[in-house]
Design a protein around this ligand. Structure first.
Ligand code: CS2
Ligand code: MG
Length: 402
């Protein structure tokens, strides 16, 4: 099965998406997501200028060998741009192999380990009352697990919180906008938020919260401890993870479960945190951590240390990534939860999908391959538009820096 063509499709139906389409001599094609929010064209160049020329003529069936060739053969290994490009190739090749086998992808991975895949969605609002309304509306849609974020009194704009009425989209400007941050205001407020959510919704609903790396380790420890009465499903990205020892400090102080890893690219980013049992969930995604091939190895390593998979699934990961992730989640033995932010109808007009939501859970569908396709004519109607993520500064103007 010779690869005879590979092309990159860039579109912006409400937000930018990069999609790789690989075609074989037999006419079977597969697609992979290559979207890296705020740095999309860097991945396009990596694919078009370096990866695709080296792929043409290779055997599409040799997924593992191609993964190793692109990863080890690059000399300059790792990093989000390179691993997103490798992921796109990997997912497109798994799509091809599953289509060739006439099976849904999860069957090739080893078959399903569960009947349905629990997802969590987002509820956010400008203050506690509007956030409570958002939780109620997510619950009414069937979600059993909800990530709760709220505007913070005294902070003008809070990352992770949508403008009133809009879907949450962090890449909001042509150049990075600047936000102001106060850990003290945030730490004084968040326990009150969760107290109100538990009072209103009881104990059964799974609650999650994302700090977006904005606390120092000792502040994160304080937050984890303060949130214990509200028994979160997880506290995400409590502090940046470059210094993995930081998680020891948090762990020593709190029983709140910890999740991290949406910005990780390889198993090496996960290794120490897993081996030392400093986290409970790993958030690596199919698109940013090297595809299905790499995610399987991350999951297997995690399974030795009681770490479960809880993949990133914001809307800046395209429906192609979501489709592939759901096949992975259906199979992976040490599954925890999958993030789900619904794509808008405009975004979904460009991609067709076989995955299906019902009552708080997803199934990936039975279509051969990963079940997601792109409509190129529709995609062409929405040209790329540069959009970047905001930068946070402390109230005195210091660029927030832990
Ligand atoms: C967030 C994301 O979904 C999450 O957990 O952290 O919204 C993240 O901020 C974006 O994906 C950044 O591109
Ligand atoms: Mg996050």
């Amino acid at each position: 099965m010779k690869i005879i063509d590979a092309k990159v499709i860039v579109c912006s139906p409400g937000r930018n998406f990069v999609t790789l389409k690989i075609t074989t001599a037999e006419g079977v094609y597969g697609i992979g997501d290559a979207t890296l929010n705020g740095r999309e064209l860097a991945v396009v160049s990596y694919l078009e200028d370096y990866v695709i020329p080296a792929l043409i003529g290779r055997d599409a069936q040799r997924i593992e060998d191609i993964w190793q060739y692109l990863y080890r053969g690059a000399y300059w290994r790792r990093g989000p741009v390179g691993l997103t490009a490798i992921a796109a190739v990997d997912v497109a090749l798994w799509d091809i192999k599953a289509k060739q086998a006439n099976m849904p992808l999860y069957q090739l991975l080893g078959g399903r380990s569960r009947d349905r895949i629990m997802v969590y969605t987002h509820a956010n609002g400008k203050d506690i009352d509007t956030t409570l309304e958002a939780v109620a509306s997510a619950q009414a849609k069937g979600y059993r697990a909800i990530r709760v974020q709220s505007g913070i009194p005294g902070i003008a704009k809070t990352y992770g919180v949508a403008k009133q009425g809009d879907a949450y989209e962090p890449a909001d400007a042509d150049l990075p906008s600047e936000e102001s941050w106060s850990s003290e205001k945030y730490l004084n407020f968040v326990p009150e938020l969760f107290k109100r959510v538990r009072q209103e919704f009881g104990d059964e609903l799974h609650l999650l919260h994302d700090v977006h790396h904005r606390l120092s380790p000792i502040e994160a420890a304080r937050l984890g401890k303060a949130l214990e009465p509200y028994h979160l499903f997880w506290l995400e990205d409590a502090t940046p993870a470059e210094n993995q020892d930081a998680f020891k400090l948090i762990r020593q102080h709190t029983t709140t479960p910890l999740a991290v890893g949406e910005v990780f690219n390889t198993i090496h980013d996960c290794r120490e945190l897993m081996q030392q049992q400093l986290i409970d969930y790993i958030r690596t995604s199919v698109v940013h951590a090297g595809g299905i091939t790499a995610m399987r190895r991350i999951a297997d390593l995690g399974s030795l240390f009681n770490v479960k998979m809880g993949s990133h699934g914001a809307t800046d990961l395209s429906p192609v990534c979501m489709g592939a992730a759901l096949h992975f989640d259906y199979w992976v033995p040490n599954f925890g939860i999958q993030e789900h932010m619904a794509h808008s109808p405009l975004m979904e007009s460009v991609f067709s999908r076989s995955y299906h939501f019902e009552d708080g859970f997803f199934t990936p569908g039975e279509k051969a391959g990963h079940g997601v396709d792109i409509n190129e004519a529709e995609a062409a109607k929405y040209p790329y538009k540069r959009a970047m993520l905001p930068v946070a500064r402390l109230e005195d103007g210091t660029l927030w820096h832990w």
